[in-house]
Design a protein around this ligand. Structure first.
Ligand code: R5P
Length: 319
């Protein structure tokens, strides 16, 4: 049990200061004064300028590319706050990197998501706040509380505002069925599944559609777009099976490697993503970004006040 004062401090790492700024703007507050630079040899140099003694501190740092840099910086920020006698420290990771390495699925490989958990716990985090982890069971890698939020209410509100007739929710692979079902339930839509067969880490091939999309307005949902292979192929399969229009709704726009080019060329009309990861300079023409800042701001406020977060799970995010 940690004891903290009434002061909330939101500290922005360099991974996504824009999102941290949006969170404090929603809280009608300001970021904690902090300098993050580099020593001449490239090592990270941190100095927190505001008093954090006894404060309830929230470090906003998604583990997005460059993930290794952002991870180390987060650990240094946690250590900095611990040594500055912060009352409680929460690692706010709107995107949890390395989450796809959550088990030993072949010999002689690390469980990287567990290593992230070990280092954060040892590094001084009292809690973790995250959004749409690729594998929810990663919470079990921690012996500290992990609050796992969903971007669904934020994305669903944007979808609702598009007034889509006769929608069908599509998951690009069987692993996404649970998430797709949750989306379908909100708008009382049917469900369809693209049968994805993965060839390698960067290449996928998809062939079959389980369910009916002909003449329907399709909403493909997934937790992340990485190289864009899965989702652009899924949209092509939907088109091939007669989809009328296609909206892609994804929590995390990692957009690495050939993603932008692949998405630009895919038949999706709209690609809705959240701002858990900073926007790239070049983006696909269909991209629309909705912010999770109000969601995170509410979560931070509720955590500070020891109020439940479950109120943030089911609603459409408009209160
Ligand atoms: C897979 O299980 C995930 O939910 C995503 O579909 C996948 O990681 C996306 O990767 P990419 O964009 O490289 O196909």
């Amino acid at each position: 049990m940690s004891y903290y004062s009434e002061t909330i401090r939101v500290i922005a790492g360099t991974a996504h200061p824009e999102l941290a700024g949006r969170i404090v703007a929603d809280m009608k507050s300001e970021l904690c004064a902090c300098q993050i630079g580099r020593f001449p040899d490239g090592e990270i140099d941190i100095k927190i300028d505001d008093d954090v003694r006894g404060a309830d501190c929230f470090v906003v740092q998604p583990l997005c590319p460059p993930v290794n840099e952002n991870w180390i910086e987060l650990l240094l920020l946690l250590d900095c706050l611990r040594r500055a006698s912060a009352g409680r420290v929460t690692a706010v990771m709107p995107y949890y990197g390395y989450a796809r390495k959550d088990r030993k699925d072949e010999g002689r490989v690390p469980i990287s998501a567990k290593v992230v958990a070990n280092t954060l716990s040892a590094g001084g985090a009292d809690r973790v706040l995250t959004v749409d982890m690729h594998a929810a069971q990663i919470q079990g890698f921690y012996d500290i509380p992990v609050d796992h939020l969903y971007a669904k209410p934020v994305l669903m509100r944007a979808i609702r505002d598009m007034h889509i007739d006769n929608p069908v929710i599509v998951t690009p692979d069987v692993g996404g069925i649970k998430m797709a079902r949750a989306y379908a339930k909100v708008i009382n839509a049917d469900l369809a599944i693209v049968d994805k067969r993965r060839v390698s880490g960067t290449e996928t091939t998809v062939e079959h559609m389980i369910g009916e999309v002909e003449g329907r307005n399709v909403i493909i949902v997934d937790d992340m777009i990485s190289t864009g292979g899965s989702i652009s192929q899924a949209s092509r399969v939907c088109k091939k099976h007669g989809a009328r229009s296609i909206v892609i709704a994804v929590s995390h726009a990692v957009l690495c490697g050939p993603a932008v080019e692949r998405l630009d060329k895919c038949p999706a009309d709209t690609i809705l993503v959240t701002d858990t990861i900073p926007s790239r300079a070049s983006i696909p023409h269909q991209l629309k970004v909705v912010s999770v800042a109000p969601l995170l701001s509410r979560a931070i406020q509720n955590l500070h006040d020891s109020r439940s977060l479950s109120v943030l799970f089911d609603k459409l995010g408009d209160d």
